[in-house]
Design a protein around this ligand. Structure first.
Ligand code: NAG
Length: 213
């Protein structure tokens, strides 16, 4: 319904804007094998239930690193938490959309609910013309915008942390403490489970997060 607005040149511009952060030093040395160690199924999309939604670690790495730069996620503790959320919520990057139970408009790699997807989309200047062309009450159209033409769906976890959580939560993750991770889970509206914790612990190991308090 808005595809007529996307010229190849504009699509390339939008993809480039996210894929190639403007300036500054790299904020992470995360590599593909570390990503696979955190999200084991991301070594391949061969068995993905919804192939069009699946991204391998090799495909996910660039958009994830770009999101760390865009949202200034510089510490291993923050990065580990975001990676664990994205990998857990998307079942190792297999899903962009909530299928179980199938809440309309819920999605992106951290499976944000529709209200946050709209806030997130509105925070991205390049999406303004596309938002103008849809009904923002159409939660499916908003989600479509975030997942269809760009890799914005890998940016929402970092956007959420930096725009929706207190500085205390960010500092807690930076410290690498267990209390910091619990406070982050509370901010994203969930609680600790052994599955979630296993993802976080794998990310902590892969990134070498150390506890400073
Ligand atoms: C980025 O994050 C680091 C570490 O939290 C902080 O010291 C720095 O001031 C931030 N930079 C910007 C531009 O916000």
């Amino acid at each position: 319904m808005f595809s007529h607005l996307v010229t190849p040149a504009l699509a390339l511009l939008m993809a480039t804007a996210l894929a190639l952060p403007t300036a500054g030093t790299p904020v992470s040395t995360l590599d593909e094998s570390q990503l696979v160690s955190i999200a084991p199924k991301s070594s391949s999309c061969a068995n993905a239930p919804f192939p069009s939604e699946c991204r391998t670690a090799a495909q996910a790495l660039g958009p994830i690193l770009a999101s760390f730069t865009t949202y200034n996620i510089t510490t291993p503790g923050e990065q580990a938490a975001l990676l664990s959320t994205m990998a857990f919520e998307s079942d190792d990057f297999q899903y962009q959309i909530n299928h179980f139970p199938g809440t309309p408009g819920q999605g992106t790699r951290n499976m944000q609910s529709p209200a946050y997807n709209l806030k997130y989309a509105m925070s991205i200047p390049a999406l303004a013309p596309y938002l103008d062309a849809i009904q923002t009450s159409n939660v499916v159209a908003v989600l479509d915008l975030l997942i269809k033409y760009t890799n914005y769906d890998f940016g929402s976890a970092a956007w959420f942390l930096t725009s929706q959580c207190d500085q205390n939560v960010i500092s807690g993750l930076q410290s690498g403490s267990a209390a910091g991770f619990s406070a982050y889970l509370a901010c994203i509206g969930t609680t600790e489970t052994s599955d979630r914790d296993a993802y976080y612990q794998r990310a902590v190991t892969a990134l070498g997060v150390t506890t400073s308090q």
